[in-house]
Design a protein around this ligand. Structure first.
Ligand SMILES: Nc1ncnc2c1ncn2[C@@H]1O[C@H](COP(=O)(O)OP(=O)(O)O)[C@@H](O)[C@H]1O
Ligand SMILES: [Mg+2]
Length: 389
């Protein structure tokens, strides 16, 4: 549905140029979101898929393990949308913190993303509400190390920013002037907390609308895309749809990036929230269904490999311990495996060799010392769909 533009322009100064900055009207959309026929159906399908995804965190043998892998996969994909080059194995290598030579700035960015999400989750667990203060705290973590460190971590911006273009004057889009950011974000926070003046919206729609509004406000100097995507996951968790933050739309957004950006524009210029919501709900259904499928395949893989190892006869107990360790960290060093499993270094070395021989583990570095092993089949399942992962 087309409405009038969902905000107004004011003049603002950026980089010595006067530009037209866009100030959005607070959510929810007026007139209200059109929830007829096919859109209602899409909402139901997305909600059902989300419910199935949520149930796996109760049914999986080791949900934390799935969360560990999924959060990292999301961190890589969300950071890749705007050009960060790190892969999932770069991140896992970096986290081993024994491996020099991984391109530092990129991987630190991805690692910060994991930390920001974990910080957000920990605060919510402690009963802190999902509010602007929490978003600022997460931004601080997201920008703490690497390139973001000079981008005012943890603070709403005090200068005018712009999106696209080489300078403010030819920007694709200029978000609100800095003196409007606080008010825009306060309004968004009220919307998140179910303003009693407005009828409550289904959680998925709330997340869909909040993400766009956040991107339109672009309250930080950098990291708005990543934080806006984290907001979706946290909102679904805080609102009770997901026990664990397991829904991540970054792969979908990455695969449809031009459309993603076009729809953000469409909301602003034509008030077309409906087209965005349709795209978003389709993404939720696809992603949640895909995540359930991934979990199922991981469980099968773990069962099959467990059986293969058991079939090796003598020494299988140690092999199983090492295999278990690889399930928890699909990339790891022998020292860590020895530490984690409590078996001796030589025994771990021998067991790993056996796992290599039956094709479960592979050595990554080609070196004789500080070797790193990878559980290939596991990593491959996680990598699917994100080519550059
Ligand atoms: N036309 C647009 N309108 C509003 N938001 C946009 C538009 N194009 C891109 N974006 C959002 O801006 C993000 C980039 O902003 P930025 O602050 O650099 O975030 P990050 O550093 O996390 O990528 C994109 O990931 C996307 O979410
Ligand atoms: Mg950026």
């Amino acid at each position: 549905m087309r409405r009038a533009m969902s905000g107004h322009y004011v003049s603002s100064v950026a980089g010595g140029e006067t530009v037209r900055a866009f100030v959005p009207v607070p959510l929810p959309p007026q007139p209200a979101l059109e929830l007829i026929g096919s859109r209602q159906g899409a909402l139901e399908r997305a909600t059902l898929a989300l419910g199935r995804l949520d149930s796996i965190s109760l049914l999986l043998p080791d949900p934390q393990l799935f969360l560990y892998a999924y959060v990292r996969r999301e961190a890589v994909l969300s950071s890749q949308i705007e050009g960060t080059q790190s892969s999932l194995s770069d991140l896992l290598l970096f986290e081993l913190d024994e491996q020099p030579g991984v391109p530092f700035d990129d991987v630190v960015e991805v690692s910060n993303y994991v930390a920001a999400l974990e910080h957000g989750m920990a605060r919510l667990r402690d009963g802190f509400p999902l509010c602007n203060r929490l978003l600022r705290e997460m931004h601080q973590t997201l920008m703490a190390r690497g390139r973001g460190a000079d981008k005012a971590p943890g603070e709403f911006r005090r200068t005018q920013n712009w999106i696209g273009g080489t300078r403010p004057g030819n920007a694709h889009f200029v978000p609100p002037p800095p003196n409007e950011v606080e008010a825009c974000m306060a309004a968004l926070e009220r919307f998140l907390h179910d303003d009693p003046e407005n009828p409550p919206l289904p959680l998925l729609l709330k997340a869909a609308l909040a993400h766009v509004q956040f991107e339109t406000i672009h309250p930080f100097l950098d990291g708005n895309g990543r934080l806006g995507r984290l907001l979706i996951a946290l909102l679904l968790h805080a609102g009770g749809a997901l026990l664990q933050p397991l829904l991540y739309l970054s792969l979908y957004f990455k695969q449809h990036r031009p459309r993603y950006y076009e729809l953000l524009d469409g909301v602003r210029t034509q008030g077309d929230w409906e087209a965005w919501v349709d795209f978003f709900l389709e993404g939720v259904e696809q992603t949640a269904t895909g995540a359930v499928e991934t979990a199922r395949r991981l469980v099968t893989l773990f069962q099959q490999d467990g059986q293969r190892v058991q079939g090796t006869g003598r020494g299988a107990a140690n092999l199983l311990r090492v295999l278990h360790s690889l399930r928890q960290r699909p990339l790891c060093s022998l020292r860590q495996i020895a530490q984690r499993t409590g078996i001796s270094f030589p025994t771990a070395t021998k067991a790993m060799k056996a796992l290599q021989e039956i094709g479960i583990a592979r050595e990554l570095t080609g070196q004789r010392r500080n070797r790193v092993f990878v559980y290939d089949a596991y990593l491959n399942i996680l990598n699917e769909g994100g080519e550059a992962l």
